[in-house]
Design a protein around this ligand. Structure first.
Ligand SMILES: CC(C)(COP(=O)(O)OP(=O)(O)OC[C@H]1O[C@@H](n2cnc3c(N)ncnc32)[C@H](O)[C@@H]1OP(=O)(O)O)[C@@H](O)C(=O)NCCC(=O)NCCS
Length: 181
């Protein structure tokens, strides 16, 4: 489902939330490489990002055309700040009522209330798509994200100990959270 562009004000800054366009493809690839290097809380190391502008065009079309997915890009005072999305957990009949959510902002746009704003819109979109529940994985120690999800009504429902092993030899759990829509 394609998100309809909306404008907000956040602490005196203009925020535009809108769907992705083909011309955003390279920006999305560059963003992924940057955000994956900024935090250990995303799913991989920056060098593992193999997407290209061409492959991102397909990704953008897939998100905009699908009735069961949504991608929202955020711009703060005209600068790209990050995105959030949901998609079906799987294509089996028994899982069709469940969506999976993801979000990542550049570090310089965190802590402004943007994540809350974006997720509020995204959750509304998931509800309109007919999903009954929405789920996510958050890495243990990502206290800001955990707090935000909990305050939006997500509850912890499971944990995989030491799901992530980092180059420095340390580990972090994966925490699964769910919210009824
Ligand atoms: C996680 C993320 C999406 C949150 O978005 P955000 O815009 O930074 O979050 P917001 O400013 O909307 O809200 C953060 C909330 O956490 C609180 N918070 C901040 N730091 C915290 C901490 N260390 N412990 C607990 N709560 C914290 C804030 O007070 C705020 O809560 P409040 O609205 O009740 O006051 C964003 O920080 C991000 O993209 N981080 C990097 C990538 C990432 O971790 N993605 C999530 C993967 S699951």
């Amino acid at each position: 489902m394609k998100f309809e562009e909306k404008k907000f004000e956040l602490s005196g800054r203009e925020v535009i939330l809108r769907p992705a366009k083909h011309e955003d493809a390279q920006t999305l690839v560059d963003y992924l490489k940057t955000v994956c290097g900024e935090t250990r809380f995303l799913l991989c190391d920056p060098e593992e990002i193999k997407y290209t502008a061409e492959s991102e065009v397909g990704f953008i079309d897939g998100k905009n055309d699908a009735e069961d997915s949504m991608l929202i890009l955020a711009f703060v005072d005209g600068e790209y700040a990050g995105n959030c999305s949901f998609e079906p957990v799987g294509d089996r009949n028994r899982a069709r009522h469940r969506a999976d959510l993801g979000i990542a902002l550049f570090q310089r746009y965190t802590g402004l209330g943007l994540g809350r704003l974006m997720l509020t819109e995204l959750l509304d979109g998931a509800k309109k798509c007919g999903y009954e529940q929405i789920e996510l994985t958050v890495v243990g120690g990502n206290d800001r994200a955990y707090h935000l999800y909990e305050s939006l009504g997500f509850t912890e429902c499971g944990r995989i100990p030491n799901a992530n092993k980092y180059k420095d030899g340390t580990y972090a759990d994966d925490i699964r959270m769910v919210k009824e829509l």
